[in-house]
Design a protein around this ligand. Sequence first.
Ligand code: TXA
Ligand code: MG
Length: 328
Amino acid sequence: MNTLLLNAAVAADVAKAAELLQQGHLVAVPTETVYGLAADATKPEAVSQIFRAKGRPADHPLIVHLPDAASITQWAQHIPASAYQLAEAFWPGPLTLLLHKANHVDSCVTGGLDTIGLRVPAHPVLLGLLKSAKLAVAAPSANLYKKLSPTSAHQVYETMQGRIDAVLDGGDCEFGLESTIVSVLGDTVQVLRAGPISAEEISAVLGCKVETPEQHDVKVAGNVAAHYQPGTPLLCLDANQIHAFIAQAPRKIALLAYSSLTEFTAKAPLFWQVAMPQDAKGYGQSLYKQLYLADQTGADVIIVEQPPAESAWLAIHNRLMRAAYQEA
Ligand code: TXA
Ligand code: MG
């Protein structure tokens, strides 16, 4: 398959992306979080192609991206008031709501579950496309199963070329980390995947306590121990551990430094290095991109210096923990 590269700044290209989706093809689309691999959510044959292209198990549910909050009644039922409050506060934006699915929704979208993940994305190009083409698209992150989520069209093209019909280039993603997933299904509100919108912000809107269980058995990406992984082994270390590691046997090290790059490169240059942004938003935005670049260098190991342990960094620690996971 020849993968088309489409430019979101060109109206005819956006129209082509919409047309391909309407015809049941797969198009990688920009969102404000990461690039998504989209298919028309009303077409089970198209949705099933997503699993094939990603190499993702069929029992992993997909998020459906809607043109507006009013559309949730077409996809969900028994919708609690809290869902509307969160939609009002955070949509369009990086928040996915888990709700009871409407009866007509094909089980291939929901991985066989009777619940569904819904969000209205904030990227103007995708949102405009969904509205004008009257589409709802099922879209996981546009990466191979368990690999790094892409935050640029280039990254999608490099890794998914030949597996999908087109990539719509809408520039680098604003957040660079996947949406916050919140369940309003039970008696308590739970954040099941940390993301750009914090539990505190959700709690402030709802006026109730929000749980953030570390361990849960809901089928959410962040719940798989090994995820978001570069091909190169990754270690997440503090500054002292990094010094000790560098002092050991010579190895090709790619370093994502947080405190001070020169501190680590003072004695000798490393194989590859980058100074990461100091704020959580900037750090989150560039994390996958820098991991992707580090992975391309041919280094023996990627070392990430642990960023601060404060709550604003929760989504980042969550991703790093899984990126660093090595199977026993
Ligand atoms: O920011 C995002 O959420 C990006 C962009 C493209 O929107 N999408 C994304 O999709 O990260 P994905 O498939 O890579 O991760 C979404 C996770 C999946 O692991 C899935 O298990 C979980 O959301 N999910 C979706 N529907 C669910 C449901 N009904 N119940 C439990 N988990 C669900
Ligand atoms: Mg994913």
